[in-house]
Design a protein around this ligand. Structure first.
Ligand code: FMN
Length: 283
């Protein structure tokens, strides 16, 4: 078992807790949120406390928090209280530096589209403009704003319904779907770290929807407690539909370590069934 440090949130200062939370809950997608106040002043700011929570209805949420240092609220929050509309623009690598620049705390009324060099495009159904350089923009109506606290660091959960989407065609594949390998999305990590979704960072885990995997607990003990196979590799075996009945003859020269290493090789070549058959041949 690893050694853990354990604590309750109240044991730490808000700043200390914030650091742990942001490093642990990562990578986070980034919403570049465009809002407008009653006077028509446009605001643009990034928020990584952001996600999609529902497809039907299509709902996204994000959270401009009270500043830890002085508990003041952000223009984005003030704007959505006045005009309950927002455009969420998705951030990829091509616009990440401009996005960071747009997070600068300019005074009320300063349009960060101009400061960060973004182009405003008129939205179809809402008053805040969208970002021309963003691969995907979602025009949203704000359904609800949940105040999560009154002190510094407290979030304001903005729940918004998507009413119109815009996708830059260059990011579509031949089937008209968004191509993850082209999008080049970025995520926010803890500290000053970001992550970039390049092709070599991507991997697939096919999930069988029709059949249930047997589970790691159904594997015989000598496999489950393998000193060689990792949790990921055991999970590949646990994802198989059934324990194979067929048992191949054992290569008698293989000791248990060699057998598990050979099985590991097969799993890494996407031959999980063969790996399990091999492991079961030695009881
Ligand atoms: C990538 C990135 C993500 C951010 N995420 C958040 C966030 O989720 N919540 C938040 O309150 N501030 C976040 N910030 C900081 C705000 O963008 C910053 O406070 C900004 O000045 C708020 O602008 P506003 O007052 O015009 O709304 C983030 C900054 C960056 C660069």
């Amino acid at each position: 078992m690893p050694d853990f440090i354990s604590f309750s949130p109240s044991d730490l200062s808000v700043a200390e807790l914030h650091k742990y939370l942001l490093s642990a809950v990562a990578p986070r997608p980034i919403a570049l949120a465009s809002t407008i106040d009653l006077q028509g002043c446009v605001n643009l700011s990034p928020f990584s406390f952001f996600n999609v929570f529902s497809s039907n209805p299509p709902v996204v949420v994000f959270s401009p928090a009270r500043r830890s240092r002085d508990s003041t609220t952000k223009h984005t929050y003030q704007n959505v209280l006045e005009v309950k509309e927002v455009v969420i623009n998705i951030v990829n690598y091509a616009i990440v530096e401009q996005t960071s620049l747009s997070s600068t705390e300019y005074g009320k009324g300063v349009n960060e589209f101009d400061k960060a060099g973004f182009t405003m495009l008129t939205s179809d159904l809402v008053s805040p403009p969208r970002v021309a350089q963003s691969p995907v923009s979602m025009e949203c109506k704000v359904d609800d704003i949940i105040v999560l606290g009154k002190e510094g660091g407290a979030g304001h959960l903005i729940i918004a319904q998507v009413v119109r989407m815009h996708i830059d065609e260059q990011y579509l594949d031949r089937e008209g779907q968004l191509d993850t390998t082209k999008l080049d999305l970025v995520g926010r990590m803890g500290g000053h770290w970001y992550t970039r979704v390049t092709k070599d960072a991507l991997f697939e885990i096919p999930k069988p929807l029709s059949a249930k995997g047997i589970g790691i607990d159904s594997l015989p003990e000598h496999i489950r407690n393998s000193p060689i196979l990792t949790g990921n590799e055991l999970a590949r075996l646990g994802n198989l539909k059934e324990l194979p009945k067929l048992r191949k003859p054992t290569n008698s020269k293989m000791n248990p370590d060699q057998l598990h290493r050979e099985a590991q090789k097969l799993i890494r070549e996407n031959k999980s069934l063969e790996a399990l058959e091999l492991l079961l041949s030695k009881v």
